[in-house]
Design a protein around this ligand. Structure first.
Ligand code: PMT
Length: 399
């Protein structure tokens, strides 16, 4: 899984010979699906041009703190809030010293000071500068401010000397960011509900109507949410699956029980309805076992639509309501219809005719339909991987 996909990174390029490597960083960001904005310091512009950065990043380069044009488009505070993460590469001794001492006399240092996001610093400088007591003290200070210092490494320097001070290789920098996002947990614990599995609609005490759902997709979504720090409640119909204790598991049998359990656990930030809830129940369930007879007529009545009820609730509607659509044909049309009729924010549709995916398989292939007509397709992969990707999108949305 690509932990950088869809992330927003603000890259600050300072003035050092290693600035040329920032172009390779931008290229790798683009390859990994990262949206980039760049700040180029005055000294940085001596080494790389805004034109080469824009051509690679396909976005604007910000340079001046007091630029009317920049402030009108995105002021320095918005710029610092926009990013999921800030990377300073190369970070010079001068910039490191400014950050350590709260000096904000240009756009780069002001944005860093104003930021509420994780800041990665990739130092690059001459070995003597790196070993200087003042640099050591500044780096120690930055660590206490929760900056993440990556590198430098040892090697031949552009100035002809050898030692510690070389900026990390762009690939290594990218790997640091990947592992950061992999382990990232939202600070404020979001609350989530997931419904999963089938429901049993009883005919008599020993017989019921059910469907082929195993609960696997819903359980995997609950696991992915919990892994990312969500306070997760899983409301599950009858399945053979087990789940870790850090997920609040509520086991139910009928649609009515699933409905009541869902209501009891609201409000939440996000609700994901992956259960295959019986659309109908038996109008009059027999209290005793029905004896064999030539013909048996069962009258069915509609079950409450849990998703529909929650997504139209005045006060309890979660910030994000995600429905599923299990379809055997016309997947796109029916998914879009459900998106509108059930008032969901997203509908995740899967083809349940295809034996390799959908019901009971460990694999799935889904399309996510959004209100703005956008569709994301998640190709054939493990349900656990599909779930991780869905949860990444949820985190991006909530943030
Ligand atoms: O459980 P698995 O074996 O892993 O299989 C996964 C799955 C195929 C069950 C899952 O990926 C899936 O598609 N779940 C939705 C199944 C379904 O009932 O779809 P639907 O199109 O009938 O319902 C649309 C949406 O309304 C669903 O979000 C459903 O949970 C919700 N609904 C439906 C009826 C009802 N009474 N209450 C509801 O909340």
């Amino acid at each position: 899984m690509n932990n950088l996909n869809n992330k927003k990174v603000l890259l600050i390029i300072c003035g050092g010979i290693a600035a040329y490597k920032s172009l390779e960083i931008i290229r790798l960001f683009k390859k990994n699906g990262v949206t980039i904005k760049t700040i180029l310091t005055k000294n940085g512009a001596e080494f790389v041009t805004p034109l080469s950065i824009t051509s690679l990043s396909q976005s604007k380069v910000y340079q001046d703190l007091f630029s009317l044009e920049n402030e009108a488009e995105m002021d320095h505070i918005s710029l610092s809030r926009w990013a999921d993460l800030i990377l300073i590469a190369p970070a010079t001794a001068n910039t490191i010293s400014k950050l350590a001492n709260g000096i904000s006399d240009d756009l780069a240092s002001t944005v860093a000071l104003a930021s509420n996001k994780k800041i990665f610093v990739a130092p690059a400088m001459n070995v003597r500068m790196w070993e200087h007591q003042s640099t050591k003290e500044n780096i120690a200070k930055l660590k206490t401010y929760n900056y993440k210092i990556i590198g430098p490494t040892i090697g031949d320097m552009a100035c002809g000397e050898y030692g510690e001070g070389k900026m990390l290789d762009p690939k290594e920098i990218i790997n640091h960011l990947k592992s950061y996002f992999k382990n990232f947990k939202p600070k404020n614990k979001f609350k989530a509900i997931v419904t999963a599995g089938p429901t049993n609609e009883y005919i008599d005490p020993v017989r019921f109507i059910t469907n082929k759902s195993s609960g696997k997709q819903g359980y995997e979504i609950a696991k992915s949410l919990s892994k990312k720090g969500f306070d997760t409640t899983l409301i599950s119909g009858p399945t053979n699956l087990k789940i870790k204790n850090d997920i609040n598991l509520i086991q139910v049998e009928t649609a009515e029980e699933m409905f009541q359990a869902t209501l009891k656990n609201l409000p939440v930030d996000v609700a994901i309805f992956s259960a295959a809830v019986g659309d109908y129940k038996i109008k009059k369930t027999s209290k005793i076992k029905i004896k064999k007879q030539d013909k048996l007529n069962l009258e069915l009545e509609k079950n409450v639509d849990i998703l529909n009820y929650v997504s139209n609730h005045n006060s309890l509607r979660p910030k994000l309501v995600v429905g599923f659509a299990a379809e055997t044909n016309n997947l796109e049309d029916y998914a879009n219809k459900k998106l509108i009729e059930k008032n969901c924010d997203w509908i995740i549709a899967n083809d349940v005719m295809n034996k390799k995916i959908g019901f009971n398989s460990d694999y799935n292939e889904v399309s996510i339909f959004y209100k703005n007509d956008k569709i994301d397709k998640l190709a054939y992969k493990l349900k656990s991987e599909i779930s991780d990707e869905i949860v990444e999108k949820i985190i991006n949305h909530l943030n």
